[in-house]
Design a binder for this molecule. Structure first.
Ligand code: AGP
Length: 617
C-alpha cells in the first residue's frame, strides 16, 4: 500500500517524480504529495485526491525547479484521507521531511512520549510520529541524519519503506525498508539515483537497480557509490545490482482505455510466456527448475498447503482440484490472514505453496515466514520478480505475466493457474498418477490454450451487450462446480471490486442450501456449465433457477444445445480438457465485470478503497 518514489541527480526532479507517482498509483490513490529542495528552500505540496489533483495544485503556484525530491501516493491506514494526513510529513522543526509506506504499530506510545517532550502533531498519522522521533534522536544524540534514522528504526515496531530528507544535508536522502519494498535505480557513474516502490518510475532512465532487503537502509548521495547497511547492527551489506528486464511499453496502456482491458487482452501472450521453455511436448517433459531441484520434497509431501489472498487464493482453489486430481496429493487452501494467526499444524513433510501476484501481500508473506519457521518447505508462485515473497520462499516459479497494473487481477490469475497446472502435471507424471499419454495430451491441449483465449476474446461485443442489460442489477450470483467453482468465486470478486455491485459465488449445488431464496426475476445468475464438468448436474441447477424466473447467463462449451434452450444468454467457450477450462471460462467473466464497471462510470483501474498490493494486514 502507498507508492513512494524519488530522485537525486542532475536532472529536474519534478517530472520524474510526478510521472513516477502516476505509475505507482496502483498502490494507493486517496492522496498524493511531494517535496522538492532548491535554493535553500523546501517546497512541499500535498493534497487529498489523485496524482492528477496534486499536479493541478502544483501547476497553480509552485516553482518546481530542483534536482532532489521525492513523492508519495497514499492508501490510508492511520488517519482519514485528507490534505493534512497526506505525505510527505515535516518534523516539528520543519527541517526533516519523510514519506512512508507501511505501519508503525507502536506509534501511540512513541507519540505520547514525544508530546511530553513538547512535540506537537498536525496529522493523525503514524508517519509524523516517526519523523519526530528521528528529529528527537538527532538532537538528543547529536548525530547525523543517517544515524538518527537508524536509531529511530530500532525503536519502532511495524513495517516501513521510508525516505527521509534533512535540510542540513541537502545533497542526500536516507532510505530504509522493513516489510515494504524499495528499489534503488542507479544512474550512470553514480551521477544520479532513483528510488521507488517498484522499478516502473525509473525504467526509462536506468536498467540497473538494487532491491533493499528487509532490515536494510542506505544513504543516497550524488556521485557516491551506494552503501547499504543493516539497520540493527550497522554492518555494511554486500548487495547485487540487478539488470531490469522491464520495458516502458509494458507499463503503458498501449491504446486500450484501461489497464484492465489491456491485461485481459494480453492473456494469450501471458499464458504463452508462462509455459514457454517449461513445457516441452516433444521431449515429453515439463522443466521447472524449482521443482526439479526439490523433487523429493514434493514427491514425499504428506500434503500441500496453499496460502494466498484474494484472486490468488482463488487460483489456489483451482490448484486444489488440479493437484488432487492429477498428482493425487492432498491439498488445503488457506487465506494467508487466517493461516498465520491460528497456530496451524505444519510438519517438515508439508509443502507450502504461496501464491501472490505482487509478492508483497503482507498476510501471505507472514504466512510464508511462519511456515518456514515451522520447518515446512515453502514454494512461491509470484509474478513480480525479486519481490519479498519470491525472495523469502525456498524455491519457486515466476508466472511471467508481465506487469499487472489494473487493480483487478486478470492475467495474473490465468498465469498462476498455468504455472500450477504445469506443477500438477509434472508431479502427476513423476508419481505415475497420470500416464504418459494423458500427460502428453494435456501438454498438447495447454499449447492450444493461448489461441483459444485469443478466439474467445472475439465474444467481447456479445458480453458488452449482456453487460448493458444487467448493469443496473444490484445483486449477482455466480455458480460453478468442480474446477469452475473457484472461477465462480473469482467472477463474483471481479464484479464486486470494480462495479461495486454485490455478487456472490457458490458451488452450484449449494444454491439449494440458501442462496436459492434470493432468486427472482431481478436476479442475474452467471452459471458455468461446460460439457465435462458435472454438466448434467449443472443443467439441473439451471432448470431450478429458471423455475424461479432468475435471469441466466450461461458459459457453455461450443456447440451446446441443451443450455441454449433454457438460458437467457449463452457465451460459448472452445472445448478443452476439463482441468484446463478455468483458463477459458474466466475470460467472459472478466469482460462482463469490466463492461458493467465502465457503463456505470466506475474507475476501473483504481476502484475505491482498494490498492494493488496489500502490504498491510
Ligand atoms: C483481485 O482482483 C485483487 N487485486 C486482490 O484480491 C488480490 O488478488 C489480492 O490482494 C492478493 O494480491 P497478490 O496476488 O498480489 O498477493
Amino acid at each position: 500500500m502507498c507508492g513512494i518514489t524519488g530522485y537525486i541527480g542532475y536532472r529536474e526532479a519534478y517530472p520524474i517524480i510526478i510521472n513516477g507517482l502516476k505509475r505507482l498509483e496502483y498502490r494507493g490513490y486517496d492522496s498524493a504529495g511531494l517535496v522538492l529542495y532548491n535554493n535553500d528552500e523546501i517546497k512541499l505540496v500535498k493534497t487529498k485526491g489523485k496524482v492528477s489533483d496534486l499536479e493541478k495544485k502544483i501547476q497553480e503556484n509552485t516553482d518546481t525547479s530542483g534536482t532532489i525530491g521525492f513523492g508519495h501516493t497514499r492508501w490510508a491506514t492511520h488517519g482519514v484521507p485528507n490534505d493534512v494526513n497526506s505525505h510527505p510529513h515535516y518534523s516539528e522543526s520543519e527541517n526533516l521531511v519523510i514519506i512512508h509506506n507501511g505501519i508503525i504499530e507502536n506509534y501511540d506510545t512513541i507519540k505520547k512520549a514525544l508530546i511530553e517532550r513538547g512535540y506537537t502533531f498536525k496529522s493523525d498519522t503514524d508517519t509524523e510520529v516517526l519523523i519526530n522521533l528521528i528529529e528527537e534522536i538527532k538532537k538528543k544524540h547529536k548525530v547525523k541524519l543517517g544515524k538518527a534514522v537508524q536509531l529511530a528504526l530500532n525503536e519502532v515496531v511495524g513495517a516501513y519503506a521510508i525516505t527521509v530528507f534533512d535540510k542540513e544535508k541537502p545533497d542526500e536522502f536516507v532510505v530504509a525498508r522493513l516489510g515494504s519494498p524499495i528499489a534503488i535505480g542507479i544512474g550512470e557513474d553514480n551521477k544520479e539515483f532513483f528510488i521507488a516502490s517498484d522499478a516502473s518510475p525509473f525504467i526509462e532512465y536506468t536498467k540497473n537497480a538494487i532491491y533493499l532487503e528487509d532490515g536494510e537502509m542506505a544513504i543516497i548521495k550524488r556521485d557516491r557509490e551506494i552503501r547499504v547497511r543493516n539497520i540493527k547492527d550497522d554492518a555494511l551489506v554486500k548487495y547485487d545490482v540487478l539488470e531490469l528486464k522491464l520495458s516502458l511499453d509494458q507499463i503503458e496502456k498501449g491504446g486500450f482505455d484501461h489497464f484492465m482491458l489491456k491485461e485481459i487482452y494480453e492473456q494469450p501472450k501471458a499464458i504463452t510466456d508462462t509455459f514457454r521453455g517449461r513445457m516441452l511436448p516433444n521431449e515429453g517433459i515439463i522443466k521447472m527448475q524449482g521443482i526439479d531441484d526439490h523433487k523429493q520434497k514434493f514427491l514425499n509431501a504428506n500434503r500441500i498447503i496453499i496460502v494466498a489472498c484474494g484472486t490468488s487464493w482463488h487460483a489456489g482453489l483451482v490448484a486444489e482440484y488440479l493437484f488432487e486430481d492429477i498428482a493425487r496429493i492432498p491439498v488445503e487452501v488457506e487465506y494467508g490472514s487466517e493461516f498465520r494467526y491460528r497456530n496451524p499444524i505444519i510438519t517438515e513433510n508439508d509443502v507450502v505453496i504461496a501464491i501472490s501476484q505482487s509478492g508483497e501481500t503482507a498476510d501471505t508473506l507472514a504466512a510464508v515466514k511462519m511456515a518456514k519457521e515451522k520447518g515446512a518447505f515453502v514454494y512461491g508462485v509470484c509474478n513480480v520478480v525479486g519481490s519479498s515473497i519470491a525472495r523469502e520462499t525456498n524455491a519457486g516459479s515466476y508466472t511471467h505475466a508481465g506487469p499487472e497494473i489494473g487493480v483487478a487481477s486478470t492475467k495474473a490469475f490465468t498465469t498462476q493457474i498455468t504455472v500450477l497446472t504445469l506443477m500438477a502435471l509434472k508431479l502427476g507424471l513423476e508419481k505415475g498418477s497420470i500416464s504418459k499419454t494423458e500427460f502428453h495430451q494435456y501438454l498438447i491441449e495447454m499449447g492450444l490454450i493461448p489461441d483459444k483465449v485469443e478466439n474467445l476474446l472475439a465474444i467481447d461485443d456479445k458480453v458488452k451487450e449482456i453487460a448493458s442489460i444487467y448493469k443496473d442489477a444490484t445483486n449477482f450470483l455466480y455458480l460453478g462446480r468442480g474446477f469452475n467453482f473457484p472461477v465462480a468465486l473469482e467472477g463474483a470478486l471481479k464484479l464486486k471490486e470494480i462495479s461495486y455491485i454485490h455478487a456472490e459465488g457458490y458451488p452450484a449445488a449449494e444454491m439449494k442450501h440458501g442462496p436459492i431464496a434470493l432468486i427472482d426475476e431481478n436476479m442475474p445468475i452467471v452459471v458455468i456449465a461446460t460439457k465435462k464438468g458435472h454438466y448434467d448436474k449443472v443443467v439441473s441447477n439451471i432448470q431450478e433457477i429458471k423455475s424461479r424466473n432468475g435471469k441466466i447467463i450461461a458459459v457453455v462449451t461450443e456447440g451446446d444445445t441443451t443450455v441454449k434452450e433454457i438460458a437467457d444468454h449463452v457465451i460459448e467457450i472452445p472445448e478443452t480438457e476439463e482441468a484446463l477450462t478455468p483458463l477459458l471460462t474466466t475470460i467472459p467473466l472478466q469482460l462482463l465485470s469490466y463492461h458493467i464497471a465502465v457503463m456505470l462510470g466506475r474507475n476501473v483501474d483504481q476502484p475505491r478503497n482498494l490498492a494493488k498490493s496489500v502490504t498491510v494486514e
